[in-house]
Design a protein around this ligand. Structure first.
Ligand code: SAM
Length: 346
C-alpha cells in the first residue's frame, strides 16, 4: 500500500467499492437456487436452461452466471454446442442448501437483514447505536425483541447463526480439554449447533441450552433430534432469571452483543453459581491488542454497532472482564478460524 504504483491506480479502492456487488451477486445466486440446481443436475447446464428452470430472464441470468464465474463460484465450459455452467467445489460444499456444511441461511440472513442495517452505517456511527428503527421501523429498546420481530425472522436468525458451527464449531470446542466439565450450560445457546459439537466430542457431558422461551422451544422442535437426551433446554432470561449451578458455562457470541456493564452483570451472576473448579468458556472473534486487525473482526465490530449494543474486543479486554467477575485462571486460545476461545476458571 501507498507505493507510487498504488497511488497512480488505486486498485484496492475499486475492490472496496465493488465489495457489495460481489456479496450481492453471491446472495442472489443463492436465493434464486442456482447452486442447488447445478448440484442436483450433475451435468453442466446452459444459461437458457438455468433461467428456464429457475423462472428468471435469460439476459439477467446470463450476467449473473458470468459474474459467479469471475467470483470462482461457478465454472464455465465452452464446446461446440454452446456455453455451460457447473458449480465449483466451494459452491457445492458451502452454497448449495443440501450440503451438510451449507452456509445458505447465513447468506440469506446477511442479504435480507444485515445488508439493510448496513445501509444506515453513517447514522449508526453518528448516533453510536443500532439501526433497527430506520431499517425495519421498530424500536430496539429490547434488543432481541427487535432481532426477533417476527417468528420468521427469529427462525432465519437461528438457521443463519447455527450454520457457522458446522464449519468452526469443532475447533472451538476442542481448543481446551473440556472433558472434566460434564454438566454444561450453553447460555444463549440458540439452535444448539455448538451444543451438538460439544456432546459429539465429549460424549459423557450433557449440555443445557438456556435461551429465551420462544428460541428454546424452536430449538427443541426443529434443531435437536428428540432422541438426543444429552441436550436439554432451559427457558429463561439470563439477565433477569436465575442461572442454575453447572460445571461450565458457554457464552458463544453473547458478550459481543452487550455493553460492558451488562457483560459484567452476567459474568458475576455466572461466577456466583459456577461450581468451584468450574469455569466459563467465552467464544468470540478477537481483535489484535492494538485493534489493527483482523479485518473480519473489525467489520464484525461495526456490525455490532449497526445490529446490537456491544462490540468485538481484544483478548485482554475479555480476560479483564472475566477476572473482574472473579474468574482466576484465564487462558486464551486462538483457533486460526473465525472464532477464538477464552476459558476462565473459578
Ligand atoms: N450462542 C449462539 C451462537 O453462537 O450461535 C447464539 C448467539 S446470538 C448472537 C445470541 C443468543 O442469545 C440468541 O440465541 C438469543 O436468543 C440469546 N439471548 C439474548 N438475550 C437473552 C437473554 N436475556 N436471556 C437468554 N438468552 C438470550
Amino acid at each position: 500500500m501507498d507505493s507510487a504504483e498504488d497511488l497512480n491506480y488505486p486498485q484496492i479502492l475499486f475492490q472496496y467499492n465493488h465489495g457489495f456487488f460481489f456479496s450481492k451477486t453471491m446472495f442472489t445466486a443463492c436465493e434464486l437456487g442456482v447452486f442447488d440446481l447445478l448440484l442436483e443436475s450433475e451435468e453442466p447446464l446452459s444459461s437458457d436452461v438455468i433461467a428456464g428452470r429457475l423462472g428468471t430472464s435469460t439476459t439477467g441470468m446470463e450476467r449473473l452466471l458470468d459474474t459467479c464465474v469471475g467470483l470462482k463460484l461457478l465454472r464455465v465450459e465452452l464446446n461446440s454446442e454452446g456455453v455451460f455452467y457447473r458449480n465449483t467445489e466451494l459452491s457445492n460444499l458451502y452454497l448449495a442448501k443440501a450440503s451438510p456444511k451449507s452456509l445458505y441461511h447465513n447468506m440469506m440472513y446477511y442479504s435480507k437483514t444485515v445488508y439493510l442495517c448496513w445501509h444506515y452505517l453513517t447514522d449508526a456511527v453518528r448516533e453510536g447505536k443500532n439501526q433497527y428503527e430506520r431499517a425495519f421501523g421498530i424500536s430496539s429498546k429490547d434488543l432481541f425483541g427487535a432481532v426477533y420481530r417476527s417468528e420468521e425472522e427469529m427462525i432465519k436468525f437461528m438457521y443463519g447463526l447455527n450454520e457457522i458451527w458446522s464449519i468452526c464449531g469443532r475447533d472451538v470446542i476442542a481448543a481446551f480439554d473440556l472433558s472434566p466439565f460434564t454438566h454444561i450450560y450453553d447460555l444463549g445457546g440458540c439452535a444448539g449447533g455448538l451444543a451438538q459439537e460439544c456432546i459429539s466430542l465429549y460424549p459423557n457431558s450433557t449440555v443445557t441450552i438456556y435461551d429465551l422461551p420462544k428460541v428454546a422451544q424452536v430449538a427443541k422442535e426443529r434443531f435437536i433430534p428428540p432422541e438426543e437426551h444429552r441436550i436439554m433446554f432451559h427457558e429463561g432470561d439470563f439477565f433477569k432469571d436465575p442461572v442454575p449451578e453447572a460445571d461450565l458455562y458457554i457464552l458463544a457470541r453473547i458478550l459481543h452483543d452487550w455493553p460492558d456493564d451488562k457483560c459484567m452483570h452476567l459474568l458475576e451472576k455466572i461466577h456466583k453459581v459456577c461450581k468451584p473448579g468450574g469455569g466459563v468458556l467465552v467464544v468470540e472473534t478477537l481483535l489484535n491488542e492494538d485493534k489493527s486487525g483482523p479485518l473480519d473482526t473489525q467489520v464484525y465490530s461495526l456490525n455490532m454497532l449497526v445490529q446490537a449494543e456491544g462490540k468485538e474486543k481484544t483478548s485482554t479486554e475479555y480476560s479483564n472482564l472475566l477476572r473482574a467477575a472473579g474468574f482466576k485462571e484465564v487462558q486464551v486460545k486462538k483457533t486460526g478460524k473465525l472464532y477464538d476461545v477464552i476459558l476462565g476458571r473459578k
